[in-house]
Ligand binder design. Sequence first.
Ligand SMILES: Nc1ncnc2c1ncn2[C@@H]1O[C@H](COP(=O)(O)OP(=O)(O)O)[C@@H](O)[C@H]1O
Ligand SMILES: [Mg+2]
Length: 256
Amino acid sequence: MDSEIIFETVKLRKEFGALVAVDDVSIKVRRNTLHAIIGPNGAGKTTFFNLLSGNIEPTSGQVIYKGRDITHQPVHRTIHFGIGRSFQITNIFPNLTVFENVRLACQALGADNFKFWRAAPAFQKYEQRTWEVLERVGLKDRAFTLARTLPHGDQRKLELGMILAPDPEVLLLDEPTAGMAAEQVPELIALIQEIQRAGDKTVMLVEHNMNVVMSVSDTITVMHLGQVLAEGTPSEIAANKEVQTAYLGGLYELNV
Ligand SMILES: Nc1ncnc2c1ncn2[C@@H]1O[C@H](COP(=O)(O)OP(=O)(O)O)[C@@H](O)[C@H]1O
Ligand SMILES: [Mg+2]
């Protein structure tokens, strides 16, 4: 086993009837990197994340996490292994406060997970962890605001906080900037990058904004029709003729 590889898929496949949404995808994700998955709508990115997190079962193939086969582990187990994920659609409780949302996300995993406060009662561990997470994502001042009244950008930060709550090693972020005003995107992306770097975490990111992808990724995997079309560093991907034709339409000029 290569200890630098945290996640690996081996010929991972998902069919929906006659449709092959993920077509024998084999990739390796290095630990402590930001690894983007890009590709047009319908390429299979979300389905691929669902397979990694155990939200759905593959038709065939394997998912290996830290050298262990987790292919048939359901999502309530993968979260305990340190895999956190977001959904394309915001997943917060609108009528609860920011604080309550994050605390619920902490509680979902149980106090045992926060061993660093071994002596404290469970509720105290959750509260401490909640404040720590709110500080991390810059929402401390909004703790007692109802989630539904938050500006959209802050809702996405809250969602990030909820994923961070159980302190996962890997974050699977499916279009975390979706629906955000363009001028808010850099702040959220900077936050994600900071969390990845400072926290020794591995981030897998589906993102449509090419400037974002090119500027923050260590590795980019390009999916097209369920398959891996190309993989490489941002500059390798930018220079790849097949990618330009299939995905970027030859229109995207890069300065990397
Ligand atoms: N639950 C499902 N049932 C049937 N088809 C699905 C299902 N989920 C996704 N698909 C199909 O699989 C393909 C890949 O979808 P998806 O993974 O959502 O792509 P992406 O996230 O890259 O836009 C699409 O053709 C989509 O319509
Ligand atoms: Mg998707």
